[in-house]
Design a protein around this ligand. Structure first.
Ligand code: SF4
Length: 249
């Protein structure tokens, strides 16, 4: 975009400003020539003014608005092979949000996150652990979503640019729900929410923060389905107990 093009009032400008905001810029400055009809060099003073960037979360945002903004999304290459966009599932007033990596085949068919084998295990973990700990909690009371909303081909890990693009919707979902805690399932979700390169083994079992909201990292349930991961299963249950007591005690 040429710096001389008018800046006011276009969606394109908003998109560009949001891009800069994503990069971490909180303010930008523009130099605007003073409008005079017969400009003379000595009179062409330039003034600087501050433009506050729009937030990533529009005022009055809701889950319905986010879903509407996603629409029939083609913002990244994951749109090509998906059957259904998998937005999220659960209560908009959830005090606990689980974030996974991306939809698998069953989720892609049904448009609901965590409904395949891994999802059934997650449901058992949530409801079973809560019940054992004396916490009346059903899956429908929490909110479950993924970093990317469309299934990566062959269930591959989402690429950084796909997570970056789709991550704006996750950011808005978490900002709208404002849960008491977030549980990141697996390394991909942990990296998307915390940045950094550390994997689950290093991050799990401790509290971290996402925008001031306490965040626990634990293993993705699909990892726990592998037969040789007994230790990881035990550790996941410990992590989940910690989260449930923190949120619901
Ligand atoms: S993964 Fe997200 S950004 Fe990419 S096409 Fe699907 S909804 Fe759009």
């Amino acid at each position: 975009m040429s710096p001389r093009e008018p800046l006011e009032g276009t969606n394109e400008v908003r998109r560009i400003l949001q891009f800069y905001r994503d990069l971490g810029f909180k303010q930008i400055y523009r130099r605007t020539p003073v409008a005079i009809s017969t400009p003379a060099p000595a009179e062409m003073k330039a003034i600087s003014e501050t433009i506050e960037l729009p937030g990533l979360v529009p005022a009055g945002d809701t889950l319905d608005l986010i879903r509407a903004d996603i629409g029939d999304c083609t913002r990244c290459r994951l749109c090509k092979e998906r059957k259904k966009i998998v937005f999220g599932d659960g209560s908009a007033r959830a005090r606990l949000v689980f974030v996974g990596e991306g939809p698998g085949a069953d989720e892609d068919e049904q448009g609901i996150p965590f409904v395949g084998r891994a999802g059934q295990l997650l449901t058992q973990m949530i409801e079973g652990t809560a019940s054992k700990e004396g916490i009346p909690l059903k899956r429908a009371d929490v909110y479950i979503c993924n970093v990317v909303k469309c299934r990566p081909p062959e269930n591959r890990t989402p690429e950084p640019d796909e997570m970056e693009i789709c991550g704006q919707f996750l950011f808005r979902q978490l900002s709208v729900i404002k849960p008491k805690a977030i549980c990141a399932l697996g390394s991909t979700a942990a990296k998307a929410l915390l940045g950094g390169k550390d994997g689950v083994t290093k991050l799990r079992g401790k509290w971290h923060k996402w925008n001031d909201i306490p965040l626990m990292v634990t293993f993705h349930p699909s990892y726990l389905l592998r037969p040789y991961n007994q230790n990881a299963k035990r550790e996941s249950w410990e992590d989940l107990k910690k989260v449930l007591h923190f949120v619901y005690d």
